[in-house]
Write a protein that binds this ligand. Structure first.
Ligand SMILES: Nc1nc2c(c(=O)[nH]1)N[C@H]1C(S)=C(S)[C@@H](COP(=O)(O)O)O[C@H]1N2
Ligand SMILES: [Mo]
Length: 549
Protein backbone atom coordinates (compact mmCIF):
# COMPACT_ATOMS: atom_id res chain seq x y z
CA UNK A 1 0.00 0.00 0.00
CA UNK A 2 2.82 2.36 0.75
CA UNK A 3 4.18 3.36 -2.58
CA UNK A 4 7.33 5.16 -1.60
CA UNK A 5 10.48 3.69 -0.24
CA UNK A 6 11.15 6.45 2.27
CA UNK A 7 7.76 6.20 3.85
CA UNK A 8 6.75 9.65 2.81
CA UNK A 9 4.22 8.67 0.22
CA UNK A 10 0.64 7.97 0.93
CA UNK A 11 -1.75 5.31 -0.09
CA UNK A 12 -3.87 5.62 -3.14
CA UNK A 13 -6.87 6.57 -1.10
CA UNK A 14 -6.50 10.29 -0.95
CA UNK A 15 -4.86 13.37 0.32
CA UNK A 16 -3.04 13.49 3.61
CA UNK A 17 -4.57 15.88 6.01
CA UNK A 18 -8.09 14.93 5.22
CA UNK A 19 -8.17 11.95 7.44
CA UNK A 20 -8.48 9.37 4.74
CA UNK A 21 -4.97 8.08 4.74
CA UNK A 22 -5.65 5.42 7.36
CA UNK A 23 -2.63 3.42 8.29
CA UNK A 24 -0.31 4.85 5.75
CA UNK A 25 2.58 7.19 6.30
CA UNK A 26 2.04 10.85 6.82
CA UNK A 27 5.21 12.19 5.44
CA UNK A 28 8.14 11.72 7.78
CA UNK A 29 10.25 13.18 5.01
CA UNK A 30 8.59 16.56 5.33
CA UNK A 31 7.30 16.68 8.88
CA UNK A 32 10.23 17.27 11.21
CA UNK A 33 10.60 15.12 14.29
CA UNK A 34 9.84 18.00 16.67
CA UNK A 35 6.50 18.53 14.93
CA UNK A 36 5.68 14.84 15.33
CA UNK A 37 6.58 15.12 19.00
CA UNK A 38 4.32 18.16 19.33
CA UNK A 39 1.45 16.30 17.69
CA UNK A 40 2.01 13.33 20.03
CA UNK A 41 2.10 15.61 23.06
CA UNK A 42 -1.12 17.33 22.03
CA UNK A 43 -2.75 13.96 21.39
CA UNK A 44 -1.86 12.86 24.93
CA UNK A 45 -3.15 16.12 26.41
CA UNK A 46 -6.45 15.78 24.55
CA UNK A 47 -6.68 12.13 25.63
CA UNK A 48 -6.14 13.16 29.27
CA UNK A 49 -8.45 16.15 29.09
CA UNK A 50 -11.26 14.08 27.63
CA UNK A 51 -10.58 11.24 30.06
CA UNK A 52 -10.79 13.69 32.95
CA UNK A 53 -14.03 15.06 31.55
CA UNK A 54 -15.57 11.60 31.42
CA UNK A 55 -14.10 10.65 34.81
CA UNK A 56 -15.82 13.77 36.16
CA UNK A 57 -19.13 11.98 35.95
CA UNK A 58 -18.07 8.38 36.32
CA UNK A 59 -15.57 8.28 39.19
CA UNK A 60 -12.53 10.52 39.82
CA UNK A 61 -10.34 7.49 40.59
CA UNK A 62 -11.21 6.17 37.13
CA UNK A 63 -8.96 8.86 35.63
CA UNK A 64 -6.23 6.60 34.20
CA UNK A 65 -3.27 8.65 35.48
CA UNK A 66 -4.63 8.37 39.01
CA UNK A 67 -5.32 4.67 38.58
CA UNK A 68 -1.77 4.08 37.34
CA UNK A 69 -0.49 6.09 40.31
CA UNK A 70 -2.66 4.02 42.66
CA UNK A 71 -1.34 0.81 41.12
CA UNK A 72 2.23 2.07 41.57
CA UNK A 73 1.49 2.94 45.20
CA UNK A 74 0.22 -0.58 45.87
CA UNK A 75 2.84 -2.32 43.77
CA UNK A 76 5.93 -0.38 44.81
CA UNK A 77 8.45 -2.38 46.84
CA UNK A 78 8.63 -1.32 50.48
CA UNK A 79 12.08 0.36 50.23
CA UNK A 80 10.89 2.54 47.32
CA UNK A 81 7.83 3.56 49.29
CA UNK A 82 9.83 4.33 52.41
CA UNK A 83 12.22 6.38 50.32
CA UNK A 84 9.32 8.30 48.76
CA UNK A 85 7.81 9.09 52.15
CA UNK A 86 11.20 10.13 53.53
CA UNK A 87 12.02 12.29 50.53
CA UNK A 88 8.69 13.86 49.70
CA UNK A 89 6.79 13.50 52.97
CA UNK A 90 3.13 14.37 52.59
CA UNK A 91 3.88 15.59 49.05
CA UNK A 92 4.61 12.06 47.90
CA UNK A 93 1.26 11.83 46.11
CA UNK A 94 1.50 14.99 43.97
CA UNK A 95 5.08 14.04 43.11
CA UNK A 96 3.99 10.56 42.02
CA UNK A 97 1.11 11.83 39.90
CA UNK A 98 3.40 14.42 38.28
CA UNK A 99 5.90 11.64 37.55
CA UNK A 100 3.25 9.54 35.81
CA UNK A 101 2.26 12.59 33.75
CA UNK A 102 5.81 13.35 32.67
CA UNK A 103 6.50 9.75 31.62
CA UNK A 104 3.21 9.60 29.74
CA UNK A 105 3.87 12.84 27.88
CA UNK A 106 7.41 11.76 26.98
CA UNK A 107 6.16 8.45 25.59
CA UNK A 108 3.41 10.24 23.65
CA UNK A 109 5.94 12.63 22.11
CA UNK A 110 7.94 9.60 20.96
CA UNK A 111 4.81 8.05 19.49
CA UNK A 112 4.15 11.27 17.59
CA UNK A 113 7.59 11.04 16.03
CA UNK A 114 6.96 7.43 15.01
CA UNK A 115 3.49 8.19 13.69
CA UNK A 116 4.97 10.41 10.98
CA UNK A 117 6.15 7.20 9.32
CA UNK A 118 3.09 5.10 9.91
CA UNK A 119 0.07 6.44 11.65
CA UNK A 120 -0.67 3.03 13.08
CA UNK A 121 2.62 3.06 15.00
CA UNK A 122 1.20 5.95 16.93
CA UNK A 123 -2.20 4.29 17.17
CA UNK A 124 -0.72 1.04 18.44
CA UNK A 125 1.41 2.90 20.97
CA UNK A 126 -1.58 4.84 22.24
CA UNK A 127 -3.55 1.60 22.45
CA UNK A 128 -0.80 0.08 24.60
CA UNK A 129 -0.82 3.10 26.90
CA UNK A 130 -4.59 2.83 27.04
CA UNK A 131 -4.35 -0.85 27.88
CA UNK A 132 -2.01 -0.08 30.78
CA UNK A 133 -4.29 2.72 31.99
CA UNK A 134 -7.42 0.62 31.57
CA UNK A 135 -5.88 -2.33 33.39
CA UNK A 136 -4.85 -0.05 36.25
CA UNK A 137 -8.38 1.36 36.42
CA UNK A 138 -10.11 -2.00 36.39
CA UNK A 139 -7.84 -3.60 38.95
CA UNK A 140 -8.59 -0.90 41.55
CA UNK A 141 -10.36 -2.63 44.43
CA UNK A 142 -13.34 -0.30 44.14
CA UNK A 143 -13.58 -0.28 40.35
CA UNK A 144 -16.94 -0.45 38.59
CA UNK A 145 -17.42 -1.65 35.04
CA UNK A 146 -17.96 1.87 33.67
CA UNK A 147 -14.69 3.04 35.11
CA UNK A 148 -12.91 2.03 31.91
CA UNK A 149 -14.93 4.61 29.95
CA UNK A 150 -12.67 7.64 30.63
CA UNK A 151 -9.64 5.71 29.36
CA UNK A 152 -11.47 4.42 26.30
CA UNK A 153 -13.02 7.72 25.24
CA UNK A 154 -9.78 9.58 26.00
CA UNK A 155 -7.83 7.12 23.90
CA UNK A 156 -10.10 7.56 20.88
CA UNK A 157 -9.94 11.34 21.21
CA UNK A 158 -6.15 11.14 21.45
CA UNK A 159 -5.82 8.97 18.38
CA UNK A 160 -8.10 11.21 16.40
CA UNK A 161 -6.09 14.27 17.48
CA UNK A 162 -2.82 12.68 16.44
CA UNK A 163 -4.15 11.81 13.03
CA UNK A 164 -5.70 15.21 12.57
CA UNK A 165 -2.59 17.15 13.61
CA UNK A 166 -0.23 15.13 11.47
CA UNK A 167 -2.60 15.69 8.60
CA UNK A 168 -2.61 19.43 9.23
CA UNK A 169 1.18 19.42 9.34
CA UNK A 170 1.39 18.21 5.75
CA UNK A 171 0.01 20.10 2.81
CA UNK A 172 0.24 19.34 -0.81
CA UNK A 173 1.65 21.75 -3.30
CA UNK A 174 1.58 21.01 -6.94
CA UNK A 175 4.10 21.50 -9.60
CA UNK A 176 1.71 20.22 -12.23
CA UNK A 177 -0.71 23.10 -12.60
CA UNK A 178 -3.46 21.27 -14.42
CA UNK A 179 -4.05 18.58 -11.85
CA UNK A 180 -4.34 21.12 -9.05
CA UNK A 181 -7.35 22.72 -10.61
CA UNK A 182 -9.44 19.63 -10.63
CA UNK A 183 -11.19 19.01 -7.33
CA UNK A 184 -11.36 16.77 -5.48
CA UNK A 185 -7.63 16.89 -5.12
CA UNK A 186 -6.04 13.56 -5.76
CA UNK A 187 -2.44 12.85 -5.28
CA UNK A 188 -0.77 12.74 -8.65
CA UNK A 189 2.74 12.62 -9.89
CA UNK A 190 4.16 16.06 -9.70
CA UNK A 191 2.30 16.90 -6.53
CA UNK A 192 4.56 17.45 -3.52
CA UNK A 193 4.10 17.19 0.16
CA UNK A 194 5.37 19.96 2.33
CA UNK A 195 5.42 20.78 5.99
CA UNK A 196 2.87 23.32 7.11
CA UNK A 197 4.07 24.78 10.35
CA UNK A 198 1.26 27.29 10.68
CA UNK A 199 -1.56 24.82 10.34
CA UNK A 200 0.17 22.52 12.81
CA UNK A 201 0.47 25.33 15.36
CA UNK A 202 -3.12 26.48 15.04
CA UNK A 203 -4.22 22.85 15.32
CA UNK A 204 -2.03 22.31 18.37
CA UNK A 205 -3.49 25.44 19.93
CA UNK A 206 -6.99 24.10 19.34
CA UNK A 207 -6.04 20.76 20.84
CA UNK A 208 -4.63 22.48 23.94
CA UNK A 209 -7.85 24.41 24.39
CA UNK A 210 -9.93 21.23 24.11
CA UNK A 211 -7.64 19.43 26.57
CA UNK A 212 -7.74 22.28 29.08
CA UNK A 213 -11.49 22.71 28.84
CA UNK A 214 -12.07 18.97 29.27
CA UNK A 215 -9.85 18.83 32.33
CA UNK A 216 -11.41 21.93 33.89
CA UNK A 217 -14.97 20.75 33.32
CA UNK A 218 -14.16 17.27 34.59
CA UNK A 219 -12.69 18.69 37.76
CA UNK A 220 -15.57 21.07 38.29
CA UNK A 221 -18.01 18.21 38.00
CA UNK A 222 -16.20 15.84 40.31
CA UNK A 223 -15.59 18.32 43.11
CA UNK A 224 -19.17 19.45 42.91
CA UNK A 225 -20.27 15.98 43.91
CA UNK A 226 -22.96 15.38 46.44
CA UNK A 227 -20.85 13.85 49.19
CA UNK A 228 -19.40 17.09 50.51
CA UNK A 229 -22.81 18.75 50.55
CA UNK A 230 -24.35 15.68 52.20
CA UNK A 231 -21.60 15.94 54.80
CA UNK A 232 -22.21 19.62 55.40
CA UNK A 233 -25.93 19.15 55.89
CA UNK A 234 -25.48 16.52 58.61
CA UNK A 235 -25.98 17.27 62.26
CA UNK A 236 -24.77 14.66 64.66
CA UNK A 237 -26.50 13.56 67.85
CA UNK A 238 -24.95 14.46 71.19
CA UNK A 239 -22.72 11.98 72.97
CA UNK A 240 -24.36 9.63 75.46
CA UNK A 241 -20.96 9.56 77.12
CA UNK A 242 -19.45 13.04 76.66
CA UNK A 243 -15.79 13.77 77.30
CA UNK A 244 -16.46 16.89 79.33
CA UNK A 245 -14.38 20.04 79.19
CA UNK A 246 -10.62 19.66 78.90
CA UNK A 247 -8.86 20.19 82.23
CA UNK A 248 -7.36 23.63 82.73
CA UNK A 249 -3.72 23.76 81.77
CA UNK A 250 -3.61 21.06 79.09
CA UNK A 251 -2.20 23.69 76.78
CA UNK A 252 0.78 25.75 77.93
CA UNK A 253 0.12 28.06 74.97
CA UNK A 254 3.76 28.74 74.22
CA UNK A 255 4.45 30.22 70.79
CA UNK A 256 6.01 27.46 68.68
CA UNK A 257 4.74 24.63 70.87
CA UNK A 258 2.32 22.15 69.21
CA UNK A 259 -1.20 22.98 70.43
CA UNK A 260 -2.88 20.35 72.60
CA UNK A 261 -5.81 19.99 70.19
CA UNK A 262 -4.80 19.69 66.55
CA UNK A 263 -7.25 21.64 64.38
CA UNK A 264 -8.76 19.40 61.69
CA UNK A 265 -7.19 21.34 58.85
CA UNK A 266 -3.72 20.92 60.42
CA UNK A 267 -4.14 17.25 61.25
CA UNK A 268 -1.59 15.10 59.41
CA UNK A 269 -2.93 12.87 56.68
CA UNK A 270 -1.50 9.49 55.77
CA UNK A 271 -3.16 7.01 53.42
CA UNK A 272 -2.64 5.22 50.14
CA UNK A 273 -5.47 7.02 48.33
CA UNK A 274 -4.45 9.34 45.49
CA UNK A 275 -8.05 10.46 45.21
CA UNK A 276 -9.89 10.67 48.48
CA UNK A 277 -12.76 8.13 48.48
CA UNK A 278 -16.10 9.91 48.44
CA UNK A 279 -18.60 7.78 50.26
CA UNK A 280 -22.26 8.77 50.26
CA UNK A 281 -23.51 8.34 53.84
CA UNK A 282 -26.89 7.25 52.45
CA UNK A 283 -25.22 4.34 50.70
CA UNK A 284 -22.61 3.53 53.33
CA UNK A 285 -22.91 0.13 55.03
CA UNK A 286 -20.77 -1.47 57.70
CA UNK A 287 -20.63 -5.23 57.69
CA UNK A 288 -19.30 -7.11 60.70
CA UNK A 289 -18.81 -10.79 59.98
CA UNK A 290 -16.33 -13.66 60.13
CA UNK A 291 -15.84 -15.46 63.44
CA UNK A 292 -19.06 -14.12 64.94
CA UNK A 293 -22.36 -15.70 65.99
CA UNK A 294 -24.58 -13.07 64.34
CA UNK A 295 -23.15 -11.04 61.44
CA UNK A 296 -24.35 -7.41 61.42
CA UNK A 297 -24.94 -4.92 58.67
CA UNK A 298 -25.55 -1.30 59.64
CA UNK A 299 -26.46 1.89 57.83
CA UNK A 300 -25.14 5.29 58.82
CA UNK A 301 -28.48 6.06 60.50
CA UNK A 302 -28.34 2.77 62.42
CA UNK A 303 -24.90 3.73 63.65
CA UNK A 304 -25.98 7.22 64.77
CA UNK A 305 -28.91 5.77 66.74
CA UNK A 306 -26.50 3.97 69.05
CA UNK A 307 -25.08 5.58 72.19
CA UNK A 308 -22.10 7.67 71.16
CA UNK A 309 -18.90 8.09 73.14
CA UNK A 310 -16.63 11.11 73.02
CA UNK A 311 -12.92 10.73 73.70
CA UNK A 312 -9.66 12.65 73.35
CA UNK A 313 -7.20 10.45 71.51
CA UNK A 314 -3.79 11.14 69.98
CA UNK A 315 -3.20 9.37 66.68
CA UNK A 316 0.32 8.56 65.57
CA UNK A 317 1.75 7.09 62.39
CA UNK A 318 4.25 4.26 62.48
CA UNK A 319 6.31 5.95 59.75
CA UNK A 320 6.90 8.99 61.96
CA UNK A 321 10.63 9.52 62.50
CA UNK A 322 11.85 10.48 65.96
CA UNK A 323 10.94 14.17 66.20
CA UNK A 324 8.66 13.87 63.16
CA UNK A 325 5.29 15.50 62.48
CA UNK A 326 2.93 12.53 61.95
CA UNK A 327 1.02 12.78 65.20
CA UNK A 328 -2.15 14.68 66.01
CA UNK A 329 -4.66 14.94 68.82
CA UNK A 330 -8.41 15.31 68.43
CA UNK A 331 -11.68 14.86 70.27
CA UNK A 332 -13.45 11.98 68.53
CA UNK A 333 -17.12 11.06 68.66
CA UNK A 334 -18.19 7.56 67.75
CA UNK A 335 -19.73 4.22 68.57
CA UNK A 336 -17.58 1.96 70.74
CA UNK A 337 -16.31 -0.84 68.50
CA UNK A 338 -16.74 -3.26 71.41
CA UNK A 339 -20.52 -2.59 71.54
CA UNK A 340 -21.01 -3.75 67.98
CA UNK A 341 -18.64 -6.68 68.37
CA UNK A 342 -20.52 -7.84 71.47
CA UNK A 343 -23.78 -7.64 69.58
CA UNK A 344 -22.27 -9.77 66.81
CA UNK A 345 -20.88 -12.21 69.38
CA UNK A 346 -17.18 -12.88 68.85
CA UNK A 347 -16.36 -16.58 68.58
CA UNK A 348 -13.58 -18.22 70.57
CA UNK A 349 -10.18 -18.31 68.88
CA UNK A 350 -10.49 -14.95 67.10
CA UNK A 351 -7.63 -12.53 67.75
CA UNK A 352 -7.77 -10.02 64.89
CA UNK A 353 -10.12 -7.57 63.23
CA UNK A 354 -9.48 -7.23 59.53
CA UNK A 355 -11.08 -3.97 58.49
CA UNK A 356 -11.41 -2.83 54.90
CA UNK A 357 -11.93 0.66 53.54
CA UNK A 358 -14.14 1.66 50.65
CA UNK A 359 -11.06 1.83 48.42
CA UNK A 360 -9.84 -1.63 49.39
CA UNK A 361 -7.11 -0.83 51.93
CA UNK A 362 -6.97 -3.31 54.79
CA UNK A 363 -5.89 -3.12 58.40
CA UNK A 364 -5.36 -5.81 61.04
CA UNK A 365 -6.17 -4.83 64.63
CA UNK A 366 -5.54 -6.74 67.84
CA UNK A 367 -8.98 -7.88 68.98
CA UNK A 368 -8.25 -7.93 72.71
CA UNK A 369 -7.10 -4.31 72.57
CA UNK A 370 -10.43 -3.29 71.06
CA UNK A 371 -12.36 -5.28 73.67
CA UNK A 372 -10.38 -4.30 76.80
CA UNK A 373 -12.53 -1.30 77.66
CA UNK A 374 -10.53 1.50 76.05
CA UNK A 375 -12.27 4.02 73.78
CA UNK A 376 -11.83 2.16 70.49
CA UNK A 377 -14.37 3.89 68.24
CA UNK A 378 -16.12 3.79 64.93
CA UNK A 379 -15.75 7.56 64.78
CA UNK A 380 -18.13 9.91 62.98
CA UNK A 381 -16.84 13.27 64.17
CA UNK A 382 -13.55 14.97 64.89
CA UNK A 383 -13.20 18.06 67.07
CA UNK A 384 -16.92 18.78 67.00
CA UNK A 385 -17.15 18.59 63.24
CA UNK A 386 -18.55 15.80 61.06
CA UNK A 387 -15.53 13.71 60.06
CA UNK A 388 -13.71 15.47 57.19
CA UNK A 389 -13.65 13.52 53.92
CA UNK A 390 -9.84 13.29 54.04
CA UNK A 391 -10.02 11.80 57.53
CA UNK A 392 -12.45 9.04 56.64
CA UNK A 393 -16.00 10.36 56.22
CA UNK A 394 -18.47 8.94 56.97
CA UNK A 395 -16.88 6.49 59.42
CA UNK A 396 -13.34 5.64 60.50
CA UNK A 397 -11.79 3.64 63.29
CA UNK A 398 -9.73 5.16 66.11
CA UNK A 399 -8.03 2.90 68.68
CA UNK A 400 -5.94 4.48 71.45
CA UNK A 401 -2.52 2.88 71.75
CA UNK A 402 -2.14 1.42 68.26
CA UNK A 403 -0.41 3.04 65.29
CA UNK A 404 -2.77 4.18 62.53
CA UNK A 405 -1.76 1.45 60.06
CA UNK A 406 -3.06 -1.29 62.40
CA UNK A 407 -6.10 0.50 63.77
CA UNK A 408 -7.34 3.70 62.17
CA UNK A 409 -9.13 2.55 58.99
CA UNK A 410 -10.71 5.53 57.26
CA UNK A 411 -13.80 5.10 55.06
CA UNK A 412 -14.29 1.76 56.83
CA UNK A 413 -16.98 -0.49 55.31
CA UNK A 414 -16.17 -4.01 56.42
CA UNK A 415 -14.87 -5.66 59.57
CA UNK A 416 -14.02 -9.33 59.52
CA UNK A 417 -13.38 -11.03 62.85
CA UNK A 418 -10.53 -13.40 62.13
CA UNK A 419 -7.10 -14.61 63.21
CA UNK A 420 -3.60 -13.27 62.56
CA UNK A 421 -2.59 -16.72 61.29
CA UNK A 422 -5.33 -16.66 58.66
CA UNK A 423 -5.42 -13.11 57.33
CA UNK A 424 -2.91 -10.45 56.46
CA UNK A 425 -3.49 -6.68 56.19
CA UNK A 426 -2.18 -4.28 53.54
CA UNK A 427 1.13 -3.29 55.17
CA UNK A 428 2.15 -6.68 56.53
CA UNK A 429 3.58 -8.19 53.32
CA UNK A 430 5.19 -4.77 52.69
CA UNK A 431 7.59 -5.08 55.56
CA UNK A 432 5.68 -3.71 58.55
CA UNK A 433 4.86 -5.56 61.71
CA UNK A 434 1.42 -7.23 61.88
CA UNK A 435 0.82 -5.81 65.38
CA UNK A 436 1.67 -2.19 66.05
CA UNK A 437 1.46 -0.88 69.63
CA UNK A 438 2.61 2.75 69.81
CA UNK A 439 6.07 3.28 71.27
CA UNK A 440 6.49 5.82 74.06
CA UNK A 441 7.93 8.97 72.47
CA UNK A 442 8.79 12.57 73.18
CA UNK A 443 9.55 15.51 70.93
CA UNK A 444 11.15 18.92 71.37
CA UNK A 445 9.17 21.63 69.59
CA UNK A 446 10.86 24.59 71.18
CA UNK A 447 13.52 25.74 70.45
CA UNK A 448 13.62 24.52 66.86
CA UNK A 449 16.55 22.47 65.67
CA UNK A 450 19.23 24.82 64.34
CA UNK A 451 17.79 27.88 66.09
CA UNK A 452 19.94 30.77 67.30
CA UNK A 453 18.90 32.00 70.72
CA UNK A 454 19.82 35.06 72.71
CA UNK A 455 21.58 34.48 76.01
CA UNK A 456 19.41 34.20 79.12
CA UNK A 457 16.06 32.74 80.20
CA UNK A 458 14.21 30.73 77.59
CA UNK A 459 11.78 27.80 77.41
CA UNK A 460 12.40 24.31 76.18
CA UNK A 461 9.07 22.64 75.45
CA UNK A 462 7.42 19.88 73.51
CA UNK A 463 5.00 16.96 73.62
CA UNK A 464 5.31 13.34 74.73
CA UNK A 465 2.97 10.41 74.16
CA UNK A 466 2.44 6.90 75.43
CA UNK A 467 -1.16 6.24 74.40
CA UNK A 468 -3.24 4.24 76.82
CA UNK A 469 -0.36 4.01 79.26
CA UNK A 470 0.05 7.70 80.00
CA UNK A 471 3.12 9.91 80.24
CA UNK A 472 4.49 9.89 83.78
CA UNK A 473 7.64 12.00 83.40
CA UNK A 474 9.68 13.90 80.85
CA UNK A 475 13.34 14.68 81.32
CA UNK A 476 15.62 16.98 79.39
CA UNK A 477 19.37 17.20 79.29
CA UNK A 478 21.54 19.88 77.80
CA UNK A 479 24.99 19.26 76.42
CA UNK A 480 25.14 15.75 77.91
CA UNK A 481 24.65 17.15 81.42
CA UNK A 482 22.35 15.79 84.14
CA UNK A 483 18.75 14.89 83.28
CA UNK A 484 16.34 17.55 84.52
CA UNK A 485 12.64 17.00 85.22
CA UNK A 486 10.38 18.95 82.89
CA UNK A 487 7.09 20.33 84.17
CA UNK A 488 4.18 18.33 82.74
CA UNK A 489 1.00 20.01 81.52
CA UNK A 490 -2.40 18.62 82.56
CA UNK A 491 -3.96 15.82 80.55
CA UNK A 492 -7.53 14.50 80.18
CA UNK A 493 -6.31 10.89 80.36
CA UNK A 494 -3.73 8.39 79.24
CA UNK A 495 -4.80 8.35 75.58
CA UNK A 496 -3.50 11.78 74.59
CA UNK A 497 -0.12 13.32 74.31
CA UNK A 498 1.09 15.64 77.02
CA UNK A 499 2.85 18.95 76.74
CA UNK A 500 5.94 19.63 78.85
CA UNK A 501 8.26 22.58 79.48
CA UNK A 502 11.52 23.42 81.14
CA UNK A 503 13.06 26.81 81.90
CA UNK A 504 16.62 27.19 80.74
CA UNK A 505 19.19 29.87 81.30
CA UNK A 506 20.95 29.75 77.94
CA UNK A 507 24.68 30.43 78.02
CA UNK A 508 26.88 31.17 75.02
CA UNK A 509 27.88 28.19 72.92
CA UNK A 510 26.42 25.40 70.85
CA UNK A 511 24.18 23.01 72.74
CA UNK A 512 22.51 19.70 72.07
CA UNK A 513 19.20 19.35 73.89
CA UNK A 514 17.82 15.84 74.36
CA UNK A 515 14.50 14.57 75.72
CA UNK A 516 13.21 11.28 77.06
CA UNK A 517 9.84 10.26 78.45
CA UNK A 518 8.81 7.71 81.05
CA UNK A 519 5.37 6.14 80.76
CA UNK A 520 3.10 4.95 83.54
CA UNK A 521 4.34 1.38 83.22
CA UNK A 522 7.71 2.70 84.41
CA UNK A 523 9.41 2.32 81.03
CA UNK A 524 11.86 5.08 80.12
CA UNK A 525 12.83 5.71 76.49
CA UNK A 526 16.33 4.44 75.76
CA UNK A 527 18.85 6.05 73.39
CA UNK A 528 18.71 2.93 71.22
CA UNK A 529 17.66 4.25 67.80
CA UNK A 530 15.27 2.32 65.57
CA UNK A 531 13.98 3.14 62.09
CA UNK A 532 10.24 3.48 61.55
CA UNK A 533 10.09 0.08 59.79
CA UNK A 534 8.99 -2.45 60.87
CA UNK A 535 7.25 -1.32 64.07
CA UNK A 536 7.94 2.34 64.80
CA UNK A 537 10.92 4.64 65.34
CA UNK A 538 12.71 4.77 68.68
CA UNK A 539 15.44 6.83 70.29
CA UNK A 540 15.78 10.23 71.92
CA UNK A 541 14.84 13.34 70.01
CA UNK A 542 17.59 15.95 70.01
CA UNK A 543 17.93 19.50 68.71
CA UNK A 544 21.05 21.61 68.34
CA UNK A 545 20.93 25.30 69.08
CA UNK A 546 23.51 28.04 69.21
CA UNK A 547 23.70 30.94 71.61
CA UNK A 548 26.03 33.72 70.45
CA UNK A 549 28.31 35.25 73.06
N1 LIG B 1 -8.52 3.67 54.17
C1 LIG B 1 -7.33 3.93 54.74
N2 LIG B 1 -7.28 4.19 56.06
C2 LIG B 1 -6.11 4.46 56.66
C3 LIG B 1 -4.91 4.46 55.92
C4 LIG B 1 -4.98 4.18 54.53
O1 LIG B 1 -3.98 4.15 53.81
N3 LIG B 1 -6.22 3.92 53.98
N4 LIG B 1 -3.72 4.76 56.56
C5 LIG B 1 -3.66 4.60 58.00
C6 LIG B 1 -2.49 5.23 58.59
S1 LIG B 1 -0.98 4.55 58.20
C7 LIG B 1 -2.58 6.27 59.48
S2 LIG B 1 -1.24 6.80 60.33
C8 LIG B 1 -3.88 6.91 59.75
C9 LIG B 1 -3.79 8.40 59.55
O2 LIG B 1 -5.05 8.98 59.75
P1 LIG B 1 -5.26 10.49 59.32
O3 LIG B 1 -4.93 10.61 57.86
O4 LIG B 1 -6.69 10.81 59.61
O5 LIG B 1 -4.32 11.30 60.16
O6 LIG B 1 -4.91 6.43 58.89
C10 LIG B 1 -4.91 5.05 58.72
N5 LIG B 1 -6.09 4.72 57.99
MO1 LIG C 1 0.50 5.46 59.51
Amino acid sequence: MDTSSDGSGRGSSGVPGQGSSGGSGLGSAVVPAWAGALAGLCAALVALGIAQLVAGFTAPAAFPVIAVGDALVDGAPAPVKDWAIRTFGENDKPVLVAGVFVVLLAVAAGLGILARRKLWYGGAGLALLGLAGGAAVLTRPDAGQFDVLPTLVGLLAGYWTLKWLLGRATTTTTTAVESAEQPPVQWAPGMELSFDRRRLFTGAGGAAVVAGAGAALGRAWSTGDGVESARRSLTLPAAASPAGPLPAGVDLKLPGLTPFVTPNQDFYRVDTALIVPRVDPAEWRLRIHGLVDRPIELTYDDLLKRPLTEADITLTCVSNEVGGPYAGNARWLGVPMADLLRQAGVAAGADMLLSTSQDGWTCGTLLDVVLDGRDALFAVAMNGEVLPVTHGFPVRQVVPGLYGYVSATKWVVDVKVTRFDRDEAYWTPRGWSARGPIKTQSRIDLPRDGAQLPKGRTKIAGVAWAQHKGVEAVEVRIGGGPWQQARLAATPGPDTWRQWELDWDAVAGTHTIEVRATDATGYTQTPQRADPAPDGAAGWHAVRVSVPA
